[in-house]
Design a protein around this ligand. Structure first.
Ligand SMILES: CCCCCC/C=C/CC(=O)SCCNC(=O)CCNC(=O)[C@H](O)C(C)(C)COP(=O)(O)OP(=O)(O)OC[C@H]1O[C@@H](n2cnc3c(N)ncnc32)[C@H](O)[C@@H]1OP(=O)(O)O
Length: 719
């Protein structure tokens, strides 16, 4: 709803009231219509200010209303009504003016923003375009190239940048409403002709066609199949080429196409999923709203390889004091330089001083004695980690949380090395750790609610989306990755090439195909894990048992490549070839193709033609099947957790919502039917055997994803 007051005698103030972000729900829209009518009809009122309660102007359309029977006044005529008003209307922007919120402000004649406000048209990240005149008014106000950039990226801008771009008329550090009222008093009675944006011409750059062509190329390249960025360019083009009314028709037409699309549903699901994972719970009864974190002022990182350095940077940039420990002197010297460089680069980008003084380096593990939390980030070797946890338990002050950055080893086994296993949790970062948004917080059997809550809180403090997950080999992300990788290897054995598999996955929207991704992360990482669990016995690399482990099909292809020291980008050779070790551009490698042919011949495998659909089905459905197993085992509390992990950590296309959402979109019965088919063809591959939760969901009538938890009925369900 909206509140109306009159201040300073002649200014009507309309306050949007819809916590937490004053989204434009039906009631708010109705409130604005009613209060505008009142302000315009009161003869004493000479000007109007629109603001939002609780320091937030407006977070845009109410996303929760999408997909429901929307009622109440439409936004476009409401904004038009404001713009055509005979009295000046001033938007007082505090906190946020996003999406429909900014469009509302663009309908006002003037905009005053607080210096801390953020403005933007982020609809593209919800699979939409600014559909209340934003694509037509913004280019008229700030030029086509600037509007294209903001609308196609959905980027939020600061008030200072908004002033520079011309989105706002004034920025203030003072009380925004007071300033807006003063401003409204000063413009009362003045001509509004130049301030009705829709009536202004759209300024044309001389090379307007080239501007749109370049923009279209850029968005198509980045969009990975997403529709909204392309439609955004088309809508802005209408602003450049058509009169306002016709431009609005084009905007509406494009908006309608997006609004009902599966991509918009997926992206809006993903928006809420990211927030849902913050309301975590564990089977042991720890919960986001009842488990209190302990403050962490000083943290330590043990092991300054790539991961340890990234974690150190992430912590220091968030203002935490870090003791960075590396016992290898040479590595320590390199790490000091590496961390300082990263801190300086990051600071330059953010326009702040580098947090160099936040990090103290030491080559002695004893330096951790006084910290509140330790993150161990040494080599992925259980014996080494166990030894470190024994040392930490003896060295650290009582109550210090002991965390491990393992990507899949047993948290309980590590906790068992310590005197206080309740203080042990996993904090699984993703490389590069100072950049990637995802953190898996892994609770063990004995992790205390406070330890989990503290790790989750540190995660959000350093800007990560933290997802609480249970303890099993690979946790959620890497556990799901395994059957996906396995299918990709099997497809090579059966006749595919890395190029074919990657092409299909990249066309689906993955940031990188599975083989390019393996080359980037290093083939040796998985190899070491497989060796540790006894899968890579040298005598089993050839001969009749090379392709069998524990009675099931196994592909030693990855192991054979590692035997040749083909570790991927780092060695300049992997599934592809690179121009040098560390090279980034993957090129098909004739050696690899010959190697595959020889391998098939050696094992009596006859290459067949594999079509795109089979690649997609087998890789994705094997992955999704494991996702259902994870839900069944209670390792993830809900499908949202898996989806957020997969989008943020593994390059799953956001516009497909995540693997579990995708399964729902495809149809659970279809996923089940395809898995049954492929399992019949490959009975020696247990990962293709449909999991019983999937069968149960199908038997329950394939409920929508937000009802799955009712079928899972795990004790820590959040629904
Ligand atoms: C036929 C229809 C015609 C319509 C034509 C006009 C079309 C307009 C399109 C739009 O305006 S789409 C919406 C555009 N706005 C956004 O994308 C903003 C989304 N929100 C955010 O980015 C953030 O929430 C925030 C506003 C920057 C605040 O971030 P913060 O970290 O402070 O809090 P959160 O945890 O993210 O959010 C708090 C709470 O609020 C809910 N919420 C946020 N925005 C909206 C919204 N626009 N509608 C409904 N609910 C919203 C959010 O879900 C959180 O609640 P939860 O219960 O924890 O999930």
């Amino acid at each position: 709803m909206a509140l109306y007051t009159r201040v300073s005698g002649s200014v009507g103030v309309i306050t949007l009231q819809n916590p937490p972000v004053n989204a434009l729900s039906a009631a708010v829209r109705q409130g604005i219509v009613d209060m505008m009518d009142r302000a315009l009809s009161e003869p004493e009122v000479k000007s109007v200010v629109i603001c939002g309660q609780n320091g937030k102007f407006c977070g845009g359309a109410d996303i929760k209303e999408f997909g429901t029977n929307m009622s109440g006044p439409a936004l476009i005529p409401l904004i038009d009504r404001i713009e055509s008003a005979a009295k000046p209307v001033v938007a007082a922007i505090e906190g946020i003016a996003l999406g429909g919120g900014l469009e509302l402000a663009l309908g006002c004649h003037y905009r005053i923003a607080h210096s801390k406000a953020k403005l933007g048209l982020p609809e593209v990240s919800l699979g939409l375009l600014p559909g209340a005149g934003g694509t037509q008014r913004l280019p008229r106000l700030i030029s086509i190239p600037a509007a294209l950039e903001l609308i196609t990226t959905g980027r939020h801008v600061t008030a200072a940048e908004a002033l520079q771009l011309g989105i706002v008329d004034k920025v203030t550090d003072r009380n925004t409403l007071d300033e807006a009222v003063k401003f409204a008093l000063s413009v009362a009675g003045k001509s509004l002709d130049l301030h009705r944006i829709s009536t202004n011409p759209c300024p044309h750059p001389p090379d307007v066609d080239a501007v749109f062509e370049t923009a279209m190329q850029r968005v198509r390249q980045r969009a990975r199949g997403a529709l909204a960025p392309v439609a955004c360019v088309q809508a802005v083009r209408a602003a450049a080429t058509l009169p306002y009314a016709h431009g609005m028709e084009r905007e509406r037409e494009l908006f309608k196409g997006l609004f009902t699309s599966g991509q918009a549903r997926a992206l809006q699901y993903y928006f809420f999923a990211q927030r849902a994972v913050g309301r975590w719970s564990t089977p042991g009864g720890a919960r986001w709203d009842t488990s209190k974190p302990r403050p962490v002022r000083r943290a330590a990182v043990i092991g300054l390889g790539t991961m340890g350095r990234g974690i150190t940077v992430a912590l220091a940039q968030a203002g935490l004091s870090v003791v960075a420990v590396e016992t290898n002197e040479k590595q320590l010297t390199e790490a000091k330089q590496g961390v300082s460089d990263m801190l300086e680069r990051g600071a330059r980008r953010r326009g702040v001083p580098p947090a160099l003084d936040k990090v103290i380096y030491s080559h002695k593990i004893q330096a951790v004695a006084d910290v509140d939390l330790v993150i161990e980030a040494v080599f992925e070797d259980m014996e080494l980690k166990k030894a470190i946890f024994q040392q930490l338990s003896a060295l650290c002050k009582p109550g210090t949380f002991l965390c491990t950055n393992t990507s899949g080893l047993d948290i309980d086994e590590l906790a068992a090395q310590t005197q206080n296993p309740e203080l042990v949790v996993g904090m699984h970062f993703f490389a590069p750790a100072h950049v990637m948004k995802l953190l898996e917080v892994v609770y063990g059997q004995k992790s205390s609610p406070q330890a989990v809550a503290t790790a989750m809180q540190i995660g959000s403090k350093i800007g990560k989306v933290s997802v609480a997950v249970g303890n099993c080999r690979g946790f959620v992300g890497n556990r799901i990755l395994k059957p996906y990788l396995e299918q990709a290897f099997f497809l090579l054995e059966e006749g595919a090439t890395p190029e074919l598999v990657d092409k299909v996955l990249e066309e689906f929207g993955f940031a990188m195909g599975v083989f390019r991704m393996s080359d980037l992360s290093g083939l040796d990482v998985g190899w070491r894990v497989r060796k540790a669990i006894g899968l890579v016995a040298p005598e089993a690399l050839t001969g009749p048992y090379a392709r069998v482990r524990e009675g099931h099909r196994y592909s030693p292809l990855g192991d054979l490549l590692c035997e040749q020291v083909r570790f991927g980008q780092k060695t300049g050779r992997g599934w592809y070839q690179y121009d040098k070790p560390g090279g980034r551009v993957a090129k098909p490698d004739p050696w690899l193709h010959r190697f595959l042919e020889e391998y098939r011949a050696q094992h009596g495998l006859v290459a067949r033609r594999i079509d795109h659909q089979e690649v997609l089905d087998r890789c994705l459905y094997a992955l999704i099947n494991e996702g259902f197993r994870i839900l069944e085992d209670g390792i993830a509390a809900g499908p949202e957790d898996i989806d957020v992990i997969y989008v943020l950590g593994y390059g799953w296309p956001q516009h497909r919502g995540g693997p579990m959402f995708y399964a729902g979109m495809v149809g659970l019965n279809k996923v089940l039917e395809r898995l049954e088919h492929y399992h019949q063809v490959h009975p020696d591959v247990p990962n293709l055997q449909p999991c019983s939760l999937l069968r149960k969901l199908v038997a329950s009538g394939s409920p929508p994803i937000n009802k799955w938890r009712e079928v899972i009925k795990k004790p820590h369900s959040q629904l």
